[in-house]
Design a protein around this ligand. Structure first.
Ligand SMILES: Nc1ncnc2c1ncn2[C@@H]1O[C@H](COP(=O)(O)OP(=O)(O)O)[C@@H](O)[C@H]1O
Ligand SMILES: [Mg+2]
Length: 372
């Protein structure tokens, strides 16, 4: 059974007006909000259509998608925007002569060698070809992905081009506070002072009312708004989860919100992404995640932590090296994130986090003391 969630977008009209106001007056806007808060939905359903109505041309890149490097995604989108896809990279960069050796040729060499032309040069070319006849809104979703950019000079070049193009405004979203502030607000950040931060407000009772109205339209049944609002709070105000719970209620004919919540919880535990991921993890990984979920920022190499893990996994030799390796792997795989300014770790994979927090809490030995 799958979890339905296809419920329509709920408008955030005041936010759209606020963003367009700032974009009209300044250079750019940044929006920081946790994953799943609704940034992409807002950008795609509301911001971009509204900006188009106001006469903006749109360049939109979602660099959160993992198939490509963020740099490549940006360059390719800019190249496509120019409408001159006749330019294709056909040969390797000629060492030491960046300008002359671009290796670009008109559409032709289909099976040419793979492109190795550097992305900074491609970025410059793409920007140079932009001659805006209208205002342009450059939207980069999950902008913080560029914080880990490996292409030397790319971010600085991006900033320079954005600054230089008079009619170009931008809108960046981000999910990771630490990475985004490294791009936008800490000392020496490449985009320091260039954006007006606009928060994404949490959806509130009006969203719940809207969903209950939809529910009524589709099923002819009325559900209690207060009870549904209580469910939304239990779902930590994540709109997607409320959509899923309501979808399940519609499909299964559940009209009691508390029962709807229970059904959602079962479904998540049985076949959500988190549960799939959980089943692929080693026992040590699972225990580390459980521990960090109950006590984020636990000092992972303290003796008390080692003892705790040793108790959980009898017969296993728990060493700091093993923990270190596991932590590094889990961070690399997007399961954990280093907690901000605390030196600890927290669960950053949100499906997994939901899954773990809904697991029946096992009888845990005393947790190690938190570092102050
Ligand atoms: N305004 C909204 N109205 C209805 N559903 C929403 C809204 N915002 C978010 N959602 C739901 O939450 C899901 C995740 O939102 P998304 O925009 O992808 O979050 P983010 O980009 O912040 O990670 C969407 O697929 C949608 O189901
Ligand atoms: Mg998104």
């Amino acid at each position: 059974m799958h979890i339905p969630e296809a419920l329509p977008y709920f408008s955030r009209a005041p936010l759209e007006a606020e963003c367009l106001g700032h974009i009209g007056l300044g250079k750019g806007v940044s929006m920081l909000a946790p994953r799943r808060a609704g940034k992409t939905s807002f950008v795609e359903n509301e911001l971009i259509p509204a900006a188009e109505n106001h006469g903006y041309d749109i360049i939109y890149v979602d660099v959160g998608k993992r198939e490509k490097s963020p740099e490549l995604a940006i360059v390719e989108t800019l190249e496509a925007f120019n409408g001159k896809s006749a330019f294709k990279v056909t040969s390797a960069k000629i060492e030491g002569s960046r300008g002359a050796g671009l290796g670009l040729a008109r559409r032709s060499l289909g099976s040419a060698p793979a492109a190795t032309i550097d992305l900074v040069a491609r970025l410059s070319r793409a920007f140079d070809r932009i001659r805006p006849t209208a205002n342009v809104l450059f939207v980069i979703d999950e902008f913080q992905a560029l914080a880990n950019c490996t292409e030397p000079g790319f971010v600085a070049a991006l900033r320079t081009h954005i600054q230089r193009l008079q009619r170009l405004k931008f809108f960046f979203t981000g999910s990771s506070r630490r990475e985004l502030s490294n791009m936008l607000s800490t000392q020496g950040a490449p985009f320091l002072g260039m954006t007006m931060p606009v928060p994404l407000p949490e959806l509130d009772r009006s969203f719940v009312e809207d969903r209950c109205t939809l529910f009524h339209e589709r099923t002819g049944r009325t559900i209690d708004i207060d009870a549904m609002e209580a469910v939304f709070k239990r779902l930590v105000l994540v709109p997607e989860y409320l959509n899923q719970a309501l979808g399940l209620m519609m499909v299964r004919g559940i009209y009691d919100p508390a029962a709807g919540y229970a059904a959602w919880k079962d479904a998540i535990l049985e076949q959500g992404e988190g549960s799939k991921l959980w089943s692929t993890l080693s026992e040590l990984d699972q225990k580390i995640i459980l521990l960090l979920n109950h006590a984020p920022a636990t000092p992972m190499f303290a003796k008390s932590t080692l003892d705790w893990l040793g108790n959980c996994l009898p017969g296993e030799n728990i060493t700091t090296t093993r923990i270190q390796t596991a932590l590094q792997r889990l961070v690399r795989n997007g399961v954990l994130e280093q907690a901000q300014a605390r030196g600890g770790y927290e669960v950053s994979h949100d499906e997994l986090q939901v899954f773990v927090s809904h697991l029946k809490k096992p009888k845990l030995p005393a947790l190690p003391a938190r570092r102050r």
